[in-house]
Design a protein around this ligand. Structure first.
Ligand code: ATP
Ligand code: MG
Length: 560
């Protein structure tokens, strides 16, 4: 299966767009946007939205804007802006000239708010937060009108202007839309449009503003100002759609994008909420936003996920309106498929056991050729070295074992991958009885061929002791042991659901020498061990992060 070609291109949003095009709605134009709030790093859920929005623009020869939804200055900063841009680019998408900030529209938004006031459709309200909540009613009871609802237009204009000038304290007044306190939709019960926020420096607008527009007011107007045709968002915004439409219907703006909701991505054994991810970072449960156990784009990249694998995963999960939680195996199998085709093979011994080839000359070293990929000749070959002392993995030897054990035993034979057949003659132990080395003999006639009738137990990997490099390997596992770690309102419960074994660091691994020249971010299959990616921080010893095991071993473990 080739990557990126299997996309589920047959989703309900495409059907809507196809119909719009056939009706010449929006003059057949497709203009989407990806609107992150710069209050954290992007995660795999955002990737779903990015692949959808940028993908539609590509497929329909349309455009997709990157717009920072930056109306909440105390949580946002420019580190997040930069990280988001880097991640969208890395995923393979480009917004060209179309980079926007909702804060670019603050003046226009203010003018639209004034227009609503002038039309008697917005008012300044002095209720405090607690009173506002009480007046709002509940799902079963209608709300009560604010005593300030009947303020005159002039008074509202004056107060709103003075809010902007900074004459009132935080929380003293807000601007609200005048819609319907009895609406069955709570979002329509005179929602707040503007609040006062003193003393914060906005990363784009500095200290120019002390009133900030709410998301529900900003979002439809930003979409309309950018001439978006289809405004795609997640299902929790379905209840906000009447407000989205109300705002645009009540101001003087020509464009009225169509809001369409789809289900968010939830992924098992992890959390995809920026608030919760922030907590993991701030409480140092993980080592930063790009910790390879994080479901952030930066974490996945450092773990060794490729942009193609993430895009393919997003295509495979598809776009629907049904909330569900995707199995992490889906993500893992997408990266396995990509790396299986594209990662070069290397031999690395994670837990070295010395092997001395008794019948091999002391001072001889052979250079052997090994294919970089077993099925793809175009990926070329590399040189590996063979000499008297080698390492194999401790788990590849047992003194005795039955026939199911396809590795080396005392008196048994195995093939060393890309080299010769060896036989184990003697086991050397230390005083505690621990095996420290094996004395083996090799058969010089078995290089690249199996003499007829020769039965070896299996093929194992190895590394030459005189031409190797010491490396550190980090084995990652899921961060949580619970499939839905955040299915509770108790914000601290997640701690008891953390996987205590999510990281194992192996510091005594040996790798074939060619890995010394690899670049950070380069992907490999360590034969028989899994897929690995060279880390960015490895000044002294090369560090490799395990992206994923070769097969889905988790399923087996769980059944035990
Ligand atoms: P979070 O809950 O993680 O803070 P958010 O929706 O507040 O997410 P935004 O930065 O506002 O984060 O999201 C930008 C865009 O990405 C929005 O259009 C949002 O709908 C979409 N998005 C966010 N999370 C997911 C998800 N899990 N699945 C699909 N789309 C998502
Ligand atoms: Mg948001």
């Amino acid at each position: 299966m080739s990557l990126d070609k299997t996309s589920v291109k047959n989703n309900f949003i495409r059907h809507i767009i196809d119909e719009d095009i056939s009706n010449n709605k929006n003059a057949g134009r497709v203009a989407t946007r990806f609107p992150p709030e710069p209050n954290g790093y992007l995660h795999i859920g955002h990737a779903k939205s990015i692949v959808l929005n940028f993908g539609l623009a590509q497929d329909y020869q349309g455009t997709c804007n990157l717009r920072f939804d930056d109306t909440n200055p105390h949580k946002e900063n420019s580190e997040f802006v930069d990280a988001i841009k880097e991640d969208v680019h890395w995923l393979g998408y480009d917004w060209g000239e179309r980079l926007y900030f909702a804060s670019d529209y603050f003046e226009k938004l203010y003018q639209f708010a004034v227009e609503l006031i002038e039309k008697g459709k917005a008012y300044v309200c002095d209720l405090d937060a607690e009173q506002t909540r009480l007046y709002r009613g509940t799902l079963t009871e209608p709300g009560k009108e604010s005593p300030y609802r009947q303020r005159s237009i002039d008074e509202n204009l004056d107060l709103f202007q003075r809010m902007r000038k900074g004459e009132f304290a935080d929380g003293e007044r807000v601007l609200r839309a005048k819609i319907d306190m009895a609406s069955s939709n709570m979002n329509m019960r005179d929602p707040t449009l503007y609040r006062i926020r003193h003393g914060v420096v906005h990363h784009q607008t500095g200290i120019s503003w002390c009133i900030y527009p709410m998301y529900d007011f900003t979002h439809p107007i930003s979409d309309a100002l950018e001439n978006i045709s289809h405004s795609l968002c997640t299902l929790e915004f379905a209840d906000h759609r009447p407000l989205y439409d109300w705002i645009l219907d009540n101001i003087s703006i020509a464009c009225h994008p169509q809001q369409i909701e789809f289900s968010r991505l939830n992924l098992q054994y992890t959390v995809v909420s920026k608030r919760k991810l922030t907590k993991l970072v701030e409480e140092k449960v993980v080592d930063g936003w790009d910790d390879p156990r994080m479901p952030t784009i930066a974490g996945l990249r450092r773990r060794g996920y490729t942009p193609a694998a993430i895009r393919e995963f997003c295509h495979r999960i598809g776009i629907t309106k049904v909330e569900n939680s995707v199995e992490i195996e889906m993500l893992e199998s997408a990266v396995r498929d990509d790396l299986n085709s594209n990662a070069m093979r290397r031999m690395v011994v994670l837990d070295p056991l010395k092997v001395i080839i008794s019948n091999y000359p002391e001072d001889k070293t052979e250079q052997l050729q090994a294919a970089n990929h077993p099925q793809n000749e175009a990926m070329g070959k590399r040189e590996i070295y063979f000499s008297k002392v080698l390492y194999i993995d401790r788990s590849d030897f047992r003194e005795q074992a039955n026939k199911k054990y396809k590795r080396l035993i005392t008196g048994g034979e195995v093939r060393l991958r890309n080299a010769y057949v060896i036989r184990c003659d003697t086991v050397i132990k230390d005083e505690q009885g621990e095996i420290v080395a094996l004395h083996c003999s090799y058969d010089p006639d078995t290089l690249g061929k199996n003499p007829q009738g020769r039965k070896v137990r299996g093929v194992i990997h190895w590394v030459c002791a005189t031409h190797c490099v010491d490396i550190t390997v980090r084995l990652y596992d899921r961060l949580f042991t619970h499939p839905s770690p955040d299915d509770s309102d108790d914000d601290n419960l997640y701690r008891s659901r953390l996987n205590p074994d999510s990281l194992h660091i192996l510091t005594t691994c040996v790798a074939e020498k060619s890995l010394l020249n690899s670049q950070s971010g380069e992907h490999f299959q360590f034969e028989r061990e899994g897929y690995f990616c060279r880390d960015k921080d490895d000044q002294n010893t090369p560090v490799f992060n395990r992206t994923v095991t070769l097969r889905d071993t988790w399923a087996k473990i769980e059944k035990k």
